[in-house]
Ligand binder design. Structure first.
Ligand code: FCB
Length: 453
């Protein structure tokens, strides 16, 4: 596989999943601190209190990136480190941490890709309504401005949000994620406010960032397939596609919400929270769309035998188990789904806007033995998905980079430390890092994929 000149190879993480040090240097509390400390919310009662101790070990962790031959590192900024109460005064020590991180990266020839929001809303903002409150949008724009002023001169790309579908529908719909609310109407309202926060932040970033810096958004559009080829299952997929995919994509790339979505959700909301001018802000041009892909999903209407589980935010769409190979999360392994997804996005939405894979990876039950982790399944997963990106490039889709999820094993949200996604193993008892076989395979693949490599 040869990739175009300048194709960016990276690895990704997120603040709450790796940093720990949750009370250090004036950090405030986020919804994930509260949620993870709520009994029963996270597997094993795990929390991000310690995580990978990345806050203290950052310089050493950065050295892993050049060791793996990576060009870029995608990380997120913890909002409660920067604005501990979500509004008002800025915490200098928090900014300093990310400023040092950026300098470390640049010192190692690694390009920083900053995500502003990877799910750690300051708890005081949640107490005031969280993403269901329009006021949170303005707080986010202020936070974006502070970060852009501090780091903007040194970063390649600033991404506003990571996977707003998860924030809205897992956070406020199914309650699997923080803040753990289960109100489908609130999820729709949250989705709009997240998109508006993205739009307002784009305006702020355009004002603040140097012209060379790129502005992006990372979505996790799903490949959704009917469980059976019946009208009822196809209709379930249409509804799921509206709420999971087109809500976000139509708003960002077309400046509208889909008609069928408005009709499907009429019993939940009249969408009066959408005000004049909102969609114009939300659809401001982007330099790049980040795409996170893990698996395709199969959906059905209510199954007679009670199989499947309700799809987040719906009361009439079910996620079904499909035969075939799965990861340690039980997620379907299907690299071709990534090619299909990129093709759809390119054809229906992105036009001239390039894409990057900002997350792709897999959890497996790794074993550390004799100082090595022989995770050949993950190595194969990454290799096959990178080949699927190559297929999309061959088909004329403009993809500029690929980031593996994740650099390190880390706090996998509701699954805690039970699920490992890293290309580098973390021994949580000693905090020792061990590059896995998949990390080495990725390093070799990258070297061979460079033109002339
Ligand atoms: C994505 C998240 C990321 C990680 C992976 C496995 O949805 O963005 O933080 O948890 O899933």
């Amino acid at each position: 596989m040869t990739f175009p000149d300048g194709f960016v190879w990276g690895a990704a993480t997120a603040a709450y999943q790796i940093e720990g040090a949750v009370t250090a240097d004036g950090r405030g509390t986020s919804i994930w601190d509260t949620f993870s400390h709520t009994p029963g919310a996270v597997a094993g009662g795990d929390t991000g209190d310690v995580a990978c101790e990345h806050y203290a070990r950052m310089p050493a962790d950065v050295t892993l990136l050049p060791e793996l031959g990576l060009d870029a590192y995608r990380f997120s900024v913890a909002w409660p480190r920067i604005v501990p109460t979500g509004s008002g005064s800025v915490n200098r020590a928090g900014l300093d941490f990310y400023s040092r991180l950026v300098d470390e990266l640049l010192g190692h020839g690694v390009s920083p890709y900053v995500t502003l929001y990877h799910w750690d809303l300051p708890q005081p903002l949640e107490d005031a309504g969280g993403w269901t409150a329009r006021d949170t949008v303005s707080r986010f724009a202020e936070f974006a401005d502070v970060v852009a002023r501090e780091l903007g001169d040194r970063v390649a790309t600033v991404t506003t949000l990571n996977e707003p579908w998860c924030s809205a529908f897992l956070g406020y719909g199914s309650g699997e994620h923080a803040p753990g609310r289960t109100d489908p109407a609130a999820a729709l309202r949250a989705a709009h406010h997240l998109l508006l926060a993205h739009g307002e932040a784009v305006a702020v970033l355009r004002d603040t960032l140097p012209a060379a810096a790129k502005v992006s958004l990372t979505l996790n559009p799903h490949v959704i397939r009917p469980f059976t080829d019946t009208a009822a299952d196809r209709e379930a997929c249409r509804r799921a596609d509206a709420r999971t995919n087109r809500l976000f994509l139509d708003a960002v790339f077309r400046g509208t919400y889909p008609e069928d979505l408005i009709q499907d959700t009429a019993s939940l909301t009249d969408w009066a929270f959408v005000r004049d001018g909102d969609l114009e802000l939300i659809s401001a041009p982007l330099d790049l769309l980040g795409v996170n892909y893990y698996q395709p999903v199969w959906m059905s209407a209510a199954p007679a035998d009670g199989a499947g589980e309700l799809w987040a935010g719906h009361d009439d769409v079910y996620l079904r188990t499909h035969p075939g190979p799965k990861t340690g999360m039980g997620w379907q392994i299907e690299p071709a789904g990534l090619t299909e997804l990129l093709g759809r996005l390119h054809k229906e939405y992105t036009g001239d806007v390039p894409m990057m894979i900002t997350e792709n990876g897999a959890s497996f039950d790794d074993v550390l033995a004799g100082g090595e982790v022989d995770d050949h399944e993950r190595a194969a997963f990454l290799t096959e998905h990178i080949a699927a990106v190559g297929d999309a490039l061959d088909a004329g889709v403009d993809v500029r980079g690929y980031f593996a999820w994740s650099l390190l094993d880390n706090f996998e949200w509701a699954w805690g430390y039970a699920k490992r996604f890293g290309i580098v193993h973390v021994d949580y008892a000693t905090q020792a890092r061990t590059v896995k076989r998949s990390g080495l395979a990725l390093r070799d693949l990258i070297a061979a994929s460079r033109p002339g490599g």
